[in-house]
Design a protein around this ligand. Structure first.
Ligand code: AMP
Ligand code: GLY
Length: 434
């Protein structure tokens, strides 16, 4: 089969790495890809958002399946366009992708189907939003309705911060049209986890749990990023909690979307807060998480292509997912300055020393190949990933590799995975206990 992957980050490198392991794959393409993806597939210079050129390419090459990584083309309707042209594609329709594309849609949907989430109000008039803030209790969370590359969420401690966020989103339009409408919601407390499910619109299966590390600095301090590291499984999610998440969240979403005439096909990502009242939804994504994918795929033993094909044919009820019980950890190495301004074009050294090390993988996020060199080309640069007999071994293996890679102004968190240690039955690392 010929497979095309759309996207250019660490998630897409992990997808390419995993899909390439399928004996069914004869040719693998990625648009636009990156320096690491180029080592295992043919990179095509088409941006992920250029749906028309992607269709033309898929037709010309007779691509058998296209797999979409990022949210922007999904929300823009890439799946509908491909299907109309008779091309097979893995991902949700434009209608179903609204779960991520519009926070107002997602919240109203959750309200309708009684899915636990933070209490909220939505506003398209800044005066009304202000009036609401004046009577509200802080902290609270202000979110831009539309896509804002993971930056459209502001946690406000007081009226001043709330006022500033409203002005930035609704008047200064820092997220363009995405901030035309906003949501103001209750600030939830607890530990965050990511639960992903694969669905064919009717049947669905939960994937193993994972946890992201969204803040830039150790101990979850500093501004939010796209994700500075992840681990899977998340020990906070025991069988009982997973059952509850399935019953109160994932099941109702899949059944509700079908009822709405927008059956959800693809990967449903539920970002959850585990509160004292139980799991509540922070957000939905309609695709694999980044960097969660980098820790889920190395543990997922099935042929991913086979599962995606089963999904396209509505046969997910016939598949049994298999997992490597070993924990997996991914440490993101980023450019100094990220998530604000950072420089690119720095040469990455040491990659060859760690290539092919047992149970470790280096997924490229923002890199490009120039001649024989690999240069930094984004905020998140590499996702150094390792499996271990236990979380501690996985953490140590990942950091052992991280220590051998260098580039100018390289930055990474030193506490990835340590939250898993707090939970019962997990061996704590020497000197890294919290
Ligand atoms: P989102 O893009 O909606 O996942 O938000 C990004 C991050 O903001 C989440 O991962 C949380 O850390 C935080 N966040 C979002 N909504 C809330 C909320 N209602 N209460 C507390 N934290 C939140
Ligand atoms: N890791 C968060 C996301 O993929 O949106």
């Amino acid at each position: 089969m010929k497979v095309l992957i759309v996207g250019s980050g660490g998630r897409e490198h992990a997808l390419a790495w995993k899909i390439k392991q399928s004996p069914m794959v004869k040719e693998l393409y990625c648009a636009p890809g990156n320096g690491g993806i180029a080592q295992i597939s043919e990179c095509v210079d088409i941006p992920a958002e250029d749906i028309q050129r992607l269709v033309q390419f898929a037709k010309k090459k007779a691509i058998d399946l296209t797999v979409v990584g990022p949210e922007a083309p999904l929300v823009a309707g890439i799946v509908d366009v491909f299907k109309k042209e008779g091309l097979a594609i893995f991902g949700p329709s434009q209608l179903a992708a609204q779960l991520e594309g519009s926070k107002v849609f997602a919240k109203e949907f959750m309200q309708k189907y009684d899915i636990p989430t933070a209490a909220f109000e939505s506003f398209d008039d800044i005066r009304e939003a202000r009036a609401f803030l004046a009577k509200a209790e802080f902290p609270l969370v202000i979110k831009a309705d539309g896509l804002a590359a993971g930056k459209g969420v502001m946690i406000c401690q007081n009226m001043e911060e709330g006022e500033e966020s409203l002005v930035q989103m609704m008047e200064d339009k820092i997220f363009q049209e995405a901030g035309r409408r906003v949501i103001i919601e209750e600030c939830l407390k607890g530990e965050e986890v990511s639960i992903l499910a694969i669905s064919d619109g009717k049947n669905y299966v939960l994937l193993d749990s994972s946890q992201d590390h969204k803040r830039i600095f150790d101990d979850d301090l500093g501004p939010n990023t796209g994700g500075m590291g992840a681990y899977s499984p998340a020990p906070i999610v025991d069988a009982e909690l997973l059952r509850r998440i399935d019953e109160s969240i994932i099941g109702p979403v899949i059944r509700g979307m079908k009822k709405e005439g927008a059956p959800f096909e693809g990967i449903l990502y539920a970002g959850l807060m585990i509160t004292i009242e139980g799991p509540k939804v922070l957000e939905f994504n309609v695709r694999f998480g980044d960097p969660e994918t980098q820790v889920i795929l190395p543990r997922w033993k099935n042929d991913l292509l086979e599962i995606m094909l089963a999904c396209g044919e509505g046969r997910l009820n016939k598949v049994q997912l298999q997992w490597d019980p070993r924990p997996c950890v991914c440490v993101v190495m980023s450019s100094g300055g990220y998530p604000s301004k950072y420089e690119t074009g720095k040469e990455i050294l040491g990659l060859e020393k760690v290539q092919g090390k047992l149970d470790t993988m280096i997924f490229h996020a923002g890199t490009k190949k120039e001649g024989k060199k690999i240069l930094t080309a984004g905020g998140r640069v590499l996702g150094v990933t390792a499996l271990g007999r236990d979380i501690l071994e996985a953490i140590e293996r990942a950091y052992e590799v991280v220590e051998q890679i260098q580039f100018d102004r390289c930055f990474f968190r030193r506490d990835i995975g340590s939250k898993a240690m707090k939970h019962k039955g997990v061996r704590a690392p020497a000197g890294r206990q919290n």
